[in-house]
Every structure is written in structure tokens, then in C-alpha cells.
Design a protein around this ligand. Structure first.
Ligand SMILES: [Zn+2]
Length: 322
């Protein structure tokens, strides 16, 4: 399991509760996407299940640890959405299962991932379980959309908010996983809205070169080194919407930086010369480009329509900045 340094404080506290046998029966982990709440839920489960828990955490050798590591612990249940919905049948089955005592004599632990995806019937069924929790059962709910959960569910859980690690902390952690330059890591983090886990996936999938190339292409349009047709052909791909969203994110970060809304030192190492220091006019043009990316609905159109939309996007860009 990956070790996320910014969660270690919470992990330590949980460990103490387990050792003191003061574990609450329902916990709600809340944070934006990509801050590690699912990893935290898994680690908390592991701690609650280990038969030999010590100061340094789960022992790693007992049969519970072995079973947990291979994803086969009989007292651990993970509930996730099927087609974006957690259904009432899943919760009903769960409510029945947790009435049985734990096979290994420790806790029964249930993680409900993205609990906001429970439909109404599922949420009501869970509420019944939360009202009369069986002994030695721990329910860990995670969410990144707190507002979508029933207030009655929220009020029956101990809520833990996971805040974003500092940029320095994220940089050190990401730096230990990759040999990419710090400039690339900072950019990946900015594109990921400061979520270290999302930034990590960008780095692993080597997405940054695409975004840099797109920025270079936009530059080439302004300097007439490439035509709209050439660029739109190059941009058309399966990943178009993802790449465009990240391009939009880069520009939003640049505008924020220009208006001193963020203090991150986003590298401007790209061969890209929009004069953001001069005018708010430049900001408006940039934001218009960003708006078009979302307005044009690249996600759901047909291939032919997508090609036309890219061309329109690029023509607008060129006419704004040239
Ligand atoms: Zn163990």
C-alpha cells in the first residue's frame, strides 16, 4: 500500500483509538478528489483488523494481515457504486452480513466508497444500520460531495475532513516517486488542482508532454508556423477532452497567477508568449478560450462534429491573439 505522508497524523490517531478499543462505529472521511481518503479508509481497516497491532501499526505477518493484503479478509467488505449508483440491495445484504459476528474475532469493517452515490433507498437502508449499529462493526464512509449525503447519515458519523497537503509536502512526495524535473511536478500539481494523487497519475501517464505540445501548437498558430487544419488534425484523439480540460486548467492557473490569486510558481518554461502581465484583456481572451473548451461539449459529440469544434476553437484563438 502506498504511504501518503500527509495522512500519517490521522493514521496514528486511529491506531490509538483501536488500541484503546474506543473505535467509533461510523466514520465519514471527507475531502476533494485525489487527497487519499480511500487509501486512508483502507489503512484504517487494516489497522482495525490486524491481530497483532503494535505501536508501529499493523504487524504485517498475522493471518489477518496476510488475508487483508491479498484482498481476501472475510471480515472486510468494500461497497462501491455499480454504474455510478450504490443500490439498496447492496446495503441490505451488508446490513444482514454485519449482524454475524466477525470470523476472526476482531472487528467487521465496511468501507462505503463515494457514499454520496447511494440512491435514496440505499441511504435509508443504511440509516437503519447506523441507528442500531451491531457490536464490533466499523463503517467507514468516504465522500468528496458531502452535500449529497443525507443530513441524518452525516450526523450519525464522526466526520474527518482531510485537508490538502502543502505544496512543499506534495512536491517532496511526488519527487520521491519520479525523476521528472521540479518544474514538471509543479505543473502537474497545478493541473491537478493541487491533488497529489491526481498529479501522480498525470506523471505516470506522461500527460504533460501532450499539454506542452498543445501550448506550442497554439503559439505556432499565432506565429503562422502551423495552420488551423494541421493543429486540429494533431489534436484529434481519444483523449481529446482530457487534454483540453488540462489545457483549460493550465490557463486558469496562469490567470490566477497573473491576478495573484495563487502563490504557486507555475513554470512558464513553455515557448509561449501571451503577455499576461500587461492587461486584463489578455486574461479575458484566455478565459474565453477556456469557456469555449467547455461550451463546445467535446465530450459527447460525434467525431465529425468534434473535428469541426476543434477548428472553431483554434480559429477563435487565432483571431483573439494574433
Ligand atoms: Zn497483523
Amino acid at each position: 500500500m502506498i504511504k501518503l505522508p500527509w495522512l500519517q497524523g490521522q493514521i496514528k490517531q486511529w491506531q490509538e483509538l483501536v488500541i484503546l478499543q474506543q473505535v467509533p462505529h461510523a466514520i465519514l472521511l471527507n475531502s476533494a478528489k485525489g487527497f487519499g481518503k480511500f487509501e486512508l479508509a483502507k489503512e484504517m481497516s487494516h489497522i482495525a483488523l490486524c491481530e497483532n497491532l503494535g505501536e508501529d501499526g499493523p504487524c504485517g505477518f498475522c493471518s489477518a494481515c496476510e488475508l487483508f493484503k491479498v484482498g481476501n479478509h472475510p471480515d472486510f467488505t468494500l461497497i462501491s457504486a455499480e454504474k455510478n449508483t450504490i443500490k439498496v440491495e447492496q446495503i441490505r445484504k451488508l446490513s444482514k452480513d454485519i449482524r454475524l459476528s466477525a470470523t476472526k474475532g476482531q472487528y467487521r469493517v465496511v468501507v462505503i466508497e463515494n457514499a454520496e452515490q447511494m440512491n435514496k433507498a440505499a441511504a435509508n437502508a443504511l440509516l437503519k444500520t447506523l441507528e442500531e449499529p451491531p457490536n464490533k462493526v466499523v463503517l467507514i464512509l468516504t465522500t468528496s460531495e458531502l452535500g449529497r449525503l443525507l443530513p441524518t447519515i452525516k450526523s450519525r458519523c464522526i466526520k474527518i475532513n482531510i485537508s490538502a497537503p502543502s505544496q512543499r509536502e506534495s512536491l517532496v512526495w511526488l519527487g520521491s516517486l519520479t525523476n521528472k524535473s521540479e518544474a514538471d511536478i509543479i505543473t502537474s500539481l497545478a493541473l491537478a488542482n493541487n491533488s497529489p494523487l491526481i498529479a501522480k497519475s498525470f506523471i505516470q501517464e506522461d500527460i504533460l508532454p501532450h499539454i506542452k505540445q498543445m501550448l506550442a501548437d497554439l503559439q505556432s498558430l499565432i506565429s503562422d508556423q502551423k495552420t488551423v487544419l494541421e493543429v486540429s488534425k494533431a489534436w484529434f484523439s481519444e483523449e481529446l477532452f482530457v487534454h483540453l480540460s488540462l489545457l483549460a486548467s493550465y490557463f486558469i492557473n496562469l490567470v490566477k497567477l497573473n491576478n495573484q490569486l495563487v502563490c504557486t510558481n507555475l513554470p512558464q518554461y513553455l515557448n509561449f508568449q501571451i503577455d499576461l502581465s500587461q492587461t486584463s484583456d489578455s486574461d479575458n481572451k484566455t478565459l474565453e478560450f477556456v469557456r469555449n473548451i467547455y461550451r463546445f461539449n467535446f465530450r459527447s459529440e460525434t467525431a465529425l462534429k468534434k473535428e469541426l469544434l476543434i477548428e472553431e476553437l483554434l480559429i477563435n484563438w487565432k483571431s483573439e491573439f494574433k
